[in-house]
Write a protein that binds this ligand. Structure first.
Ligand SMILES: [Ca+2]
Ligand SMILES: [Ca+2]
Length: 116
């Protein structure tokens, strides 16, 4: 799925249940995941968060699908229990892949992408 340059809290709600386990989780024990493309609308610092999700998420942000599993990996990062809060700088028009995976866990997720 391509999110375009969408921004905001709850930019995408979904579930990893039934999404298939096609990509390795960057930490812990692997689970089903959802992979998204996103393009930075402007240059600057952005916060990518699964803080409002309902299971033990992991986040992997990579330059492309071909680059996986290399990328910025987060599990229980950002003082949000088992969810993730990651701040990254992007250039305007930079396209990245966001993988919402789980640490031996799957369920409903809420993805927030906000500019800092
Ligand atoms: Ca996975
Ligand atoms: Ca986690």
């Amino acid at each position: 799925m391509d999110l375009g340059s969408a921004l905001g809290p709850s930019v995408l709600r979904g579930t990893t249940v039934g999404a298939g386990n096609d990509l390795p989780s960057c930490t812990g024990i692997d689970s089903e995941e959802v992979a998204l493309a996103w393009t930075a609308p402007s240059s600057g610092l952005f916060r990518i968060s699964t803080c409002s999700s309902s299971y033990n998420t992991t986040l992997l942000i990579a330059a492309s699908c071909g680059a996986l599993p290399a990328g910025t990996c987060a599990n229980d990062v950002g003082n949000c229990l088992h969810h993730e809060i990651v701040d990254l700088s992007f250039s305007a028009g930079e396209r990245v892949v966001i993988v919402i995976d789980g640490n031996n866990s799957r369920g409903p997720f809420v993805l927030d992408i906000t500019q800092r």
